[in-house]
Design a protein around this ligand. Structure first.
Ligand SMILES: [Zn+2]
Length: 251
């Protein structure tokens, strides 16, 4: 292995496992968030409609540079979709503008990507703050994680796990909301763990379609998950609201 690859691997491991922004959770009850990345047009339309039907607000991590384009597995949402999501009270979160992997960027390039995304989303939605970030492709490194945690209240990973106890705000854990991986068994175990540990479950997905991509959810799965969460009485809130309930340290 080349030294450079070895060092990149170390930077990823360190970013994943070192808790660089610890926060002791002080929420009164288990919490659940529904999050979407990129954003596929089907997530902005069908996904949001399912949330709306249940009175739930989601968090949509937008890479504004992708809007209106075609991805391998789906069409991306348009600016109008994003404006509508924001107006409806869903949270708009930050991805990199061009969906660049943060570990491949310099600190300056990463800042420029975040600035560009913020400018584009301000042009779409009007003045908007974007306190919460998600790592595109889940890719990260310790130095870029440290850069991002200075700018954002939270950064969401794609690493599986329940957020409970002393969490890392700069590396929030997720549960895949994918038809391919979220079995009824896994869902029940995840919600059991959230109840036992007073945890925060962050579901994440991409497209929402009857035949979803390998990293997407069907409307049926989304509905089943929401009903299972509602049956437990866990509040479903945006990432922003969850962090408020968990108790951010005084600024
Ligand atoms: Zn993404």
């Amino acid at each position: 292995m080349k030294l450079r690859e070895f060092m990149a691997g170390l930077a990823r491991k360190a970013g994943r496992h070192l808790n660089t922004q610890p926060l002791g959770m002080r929420n009164r009850e288990p919490l659940v968030s529904f999050t979407f990345d990129d954003i596929a047009d089907s997530a902005a339309r069908h996904g949001a409609a399912i949330l709306d039907a249940h009175g739930i607000k989601g968090t949509f991590y937008v890479a504004a540079g992708l809007l209106g384009t075609r991805d391998e597995f789906w069409n991306l949402a348009t600016a109008d979709d994003i404006r509508r999501l924001n107006a409806a009270g869903h949270e708009i979160g930050c991805h990199t503008h061009d969906h660049r992997k943060v570990d491949e960027l310099s600190a300056a390039e990463l800042a420029a990507q975040c600035d560009a995304n913020h400018a584009a989303l301000t042009a779409i939605c009007g003045p908007i703050d974007l306190p919460n970030f998600a790592y595109p492709f889940g890719r990260q490194s310790l130095p870029r994680k440290r850069d991002l945690q200075r700018r954002f209240t939270s950064c969401r990973s794609v690493y599986e796990g329940l957020n409970a106890g002393r969490i890392d705000r700069a590396m929030l854990r997720v549960t895949e909301l994918y038809d391919r991986t979220l079995t009824a068994d896994k869902l029940a175990r995840t919600l059991d763990a959230a109840a036992a540990q007073n945890g925060w479950v962050i579901f994440y997905t991409h497209d929402v379609a009857d035949n979803p991509s390998w990293i997407g959810a069907s409307p049926r799965l989304m509905t089943e998950v929401i009903e299972a969460v509602e049956a437990r009485g866990f509040p479903c809130v945006t990432v922003r609201e969850a962090l408020a309930r968990i108790g951010l340290p005084e600024a």
